[in-house]
Design a protein around this ligand. Structure first.
Ligand SMILES: [Zn+2]
Length: 223
């Protein structure tokens, strides 16, 4: 049987979902903004893989466990995060372009020195540009590894092999998945990439920080 997957169509402007392709979005009235998106993967023989069934159990039978956190070295940031970076969690750092998100994160990468490897993935800047910033900030951490990449499948493969303590994605708007025809930075790409990274990092208990550009004017939200 043919390898098939169910698809839906998603508006790139507002995220509206439709079962069929539409020329005009009924939600935001944009034209030609619909892109195809796979919603479920079906195996070679056409049989859907069944998820393992999880039986509910009395909460009282579980043992409480303190969440282990890594201090960011910034007391304010630790406070916002509820005490530090939770291992295996995903944090979205949003803000207007140019306010210093990359600088803050680079400093954080230095402050957690000794915790393990940090993978800094940038689709925004070159290694030389980031090194220049690191030098200016007197950052000297051998555990920071740089990767200039925007293809999410390559990034995920690297994460699985390297198993770093922390992954930085700078920025979500520059990343893309080949499985989607929509442009990088579009609603469907951002959604797909975030869920793909989350899947890999959750299973490997890797903390991830995703940098995202947010602008007040929605028409400029693509980096
Ligand atoms: Zn729309």
């Amino acid at each position: 049987m043919a390898k098939t997957a169910k698809t839906i169509f998603v508006c790139n402007e507002c995220g509206y979902e439709s079962a069929k392709w539409l020329g005009k979005c009924p939600a935001c009235n944009s034209w030609n903004t619909f892109f195809e998106q796979k919603i479920e993967k079906v195996t070679e023989n056409g049989v859907k893989k069944l998820k393992e069934k999880v039986e509910p159990k009395a909460l009282n039978t579980y043992k409480g466990q303190e969440i282990s956190r890594i201090s960011t070295g910034f007391s304010e940031l630790d406070r916002v995060l509820g005490g530090g970076l939770v291992k295996g969690s995903l944090i979205l750092l949003g803000g207007e372009p140019g306010i210093g998100k990359s600088t803050l994160i680079l400093e954080l990468c230095d402050k957690i020195k000794g915790e393990g490897k940090v993978l800094y993935v940038s689709g925004e800047e070159s290694a030389e540009q980031i090194k220049l910033r690191a030098d200016r900030l007197s950052i000297n951490n051998d555990d920071i590894l740089f990767m200039g990449e925007t293809d999410i499948s390559v990034i995920n493969e690297t994460i699985e092999e390297l198993k770093p303590k922390l992954v930085i994605i700078d920025s979500i708007q520059t990343m893309y998945s080949e499985e989607l025809s929509a442009a990088a930075g579009s609603v469907s790409q951002v959604r797909e990439i975030t869920s793909q990274i989350m899947r890999v990092c959750k299973s490997k208990v890797i903390t991830t920080i995703i940098i995202g550009h947010v602008t007040k004017d929605r028409n400029n939200c693509r980096a």
